[in-house]
Design a binder for this molecule. Structure first.
Ligand code: PLP
Length: 462
């Protein structure tokens, strides 16, 4: 039966400053959960800003070390994939680590461009399989460094927008390499039968490149591949790198320089205490496959970039819930399953329902000598699939009022949250040794939801 490893036993699962205090409470960056729950309420996301900054430095320096000029490379760039979780409070850490930002919507692009982020627009990229005209215009007007085109139609659209804006667009081609990787088929984005990218195998990627070369206002700055998410097997990155670099060599034969190859995001994190590759192992493996692939292709080594999201934001954040109803349910085989309901659920973490994503949970406000029993942690929503952790060992006396924590919820948690059942989305509390805890994304209120409900304007009531 699955148990949640304690912070001392498995630090990789927990934000940096997580500790089990003497009174049995978990504390985050020196703040006990009961204090945090009192100040910020539950559910809340507790996000360790110092840990995020440290991870940003770690992955940037791992890439810089492995892609060092002395080894024949021209350095490497790291773009934080803002879709994992983006707010201006992260800007400082991102810019200090020398990272750029990968965006995928008008909202993400607008936040990335906010001067409070402190990120040079040249270090911002724009993705999307169906980018809006408004979004593309903003990208052109703000002079971002790369627009990653995802279809042949988008190339025509971008060319005509460039003409009307009197601009030149730096573009990359999103290439579907055919490599299938990741924890779930919905997030394994580089197999052929899916909406992203232009296929290497069918020739669509080459067609896109030729179209860009002949477009007056488009400049090919690189090729891009993203093969999926939560990838533990480094060999899949290697295969993708080999295919991308072979393709680059093919493009170079057209007489077109391809200065950069972006190998996307996808590096896995630990959700249940399992081992995952470190940033150094990942960077080393990537560097050696890039070098080998360039040698095989007989080409120079391009500038390499990557786009990690989950790896940066995921492990630095936990979800804090309060337990409400606890119910013993008899199963068909006669055994008992304890259903532990918390005050959040699929609205603040859709990943278990969407992807069968596995998490663990632990009692955070106390420790207990009660026997360990098998529990199911469920949310408060009107869906029987509103399950956060299908099976986890908790003390038998877990009860209403207890605080429960689920680690590793920083990526695609708040970012994918919804208002299902008209539930306000939880706030994100930023924790740092340098300042007292404060919201970095405010808690929504029912008033916020009511503001959106504009009624039937102009129609007399009753
Ligand atoms: C194009 C692209 N880049 C980067 C990422 C980030 O992936 P991850 O958070 O797994 O690192 C994604 C995630 O879907 C993506 O689609």
């Amino acid at each position: 039966m699955l148990t949640c490893p304690e912070p001392a036993a498995n630090p990789v699962l927990w934000p940096w400053g997580t500790k089990r205090e003497e009174d049995g409470q978990l504390s985050f960056a020196g703040h006990k959960v009961t204090e945090l729950a009192q100040s910020f309420g539950t559910p809340s996301y507790l996000f360790d800003l110092d840990d995020f900054a440290a991870r940003a430095e770690t992955i940037s320096s791992a890439m810089a070390e492995e892609f060092w000029e002395g080894y024949g490379f021209s350095g490497a760039s790291v773009y934080y994939a803002g879709k994992a979780f983006l707010c201006t409070a992260l800007g400082n850490a991102i810019s200090r680590a020398g990272m750029g930002i990968d965006t995928a919507s008008l909202g993400e692009l607008t936040v990335a461009l906010n001067p409070a982020m402190g990120v040079d627009p040249k270090k911002i990229g724009l993705h999307g399989n169906n980018k809006s005209v408004e979004c593309l215009r903003l990208a052109l007007r703000s002079g971002i460094g790369r627009i990653i085109v995802d279809s042949l139609g988008e190339i025509d659209l971008l060319q005509s927008l460039c003409e009307s804006e009197n601009a030149t667009a730096p573009v990359m081609v999103r290439v579907t390499t055919g490599v299938h990787a990741g924890g779930h088929s919905f997030i394994a984005t580089a197999h052929e039968d899916q909406k992203f990218g232009l296929s290497l195998a069918s020739g669509a990627a080459l067609q896109a490149v030729k179209k860009i070369i002949s477009a007056k206002n488009l400049q090919l700055v690189g090729l891009h591949s993203h093969i999926g998410s939560q990838i533990k097997d480094l060999a899949s990155f290697q295969v993708a790198a080999e295919r991308m670099l072979a393709f680059r060599a093919q493009v170079q034969k057209l007489g077109e320089p391809v200065p950069e190859v972006d190998l996307g995001g996808g590096l896995a994190i630990s959700y249940q205490g399992e081992e995952v590759p470190t940033a150094s192992e990942y960077a080393r493996s990537l560097a050696s496959s890039v070098k080998r692939a360039c040698q095989q292709a007989g080409s120079d080594i391009p500038h390499i970039s990557i786009e990690p999201g989950r790896w940066l934001a995921g492990p630095v954040c936990v979800s804090l819930y309060q337990v409400g109803t606890v119910k013993d349910v008899q199963l068909e085989d006669g055994s008992i399953r304890k259903y532990v309901s918390v005050d959040g659920g699929m609205s603040d973490n859709i990943r278990p329902a969407l992807y069968d994503a596995g998490y663990v949970a632990t009692l955070a406000s106390r420790v207990s000598d009660a026997p360990a029993v098998s529990c199911r942690v469920v949310g408060m929503h009107c869906e029987s699939g509103d399950i956060l952790v299908p099976e986890i060992v908790l003390p038998a006396d877990v009860n209403a009022g207890d605080l429960l924590v689920i680690p590793a919820t920083g990526a695609y948690g708040r970012a994918m949250a919804s208002n299902y059942n008209l539930v306000p989305r939880p706030g994100v509390v930023g924790l740092s040794g340098k300042s007292s805890p404060r919201y970095i994304v405010a808690l929504e209120t029912v008033d916020d939801l009511l503001r959106m409900d504009v009624g039937i304007v102009g129609l007399s009531q009753g």
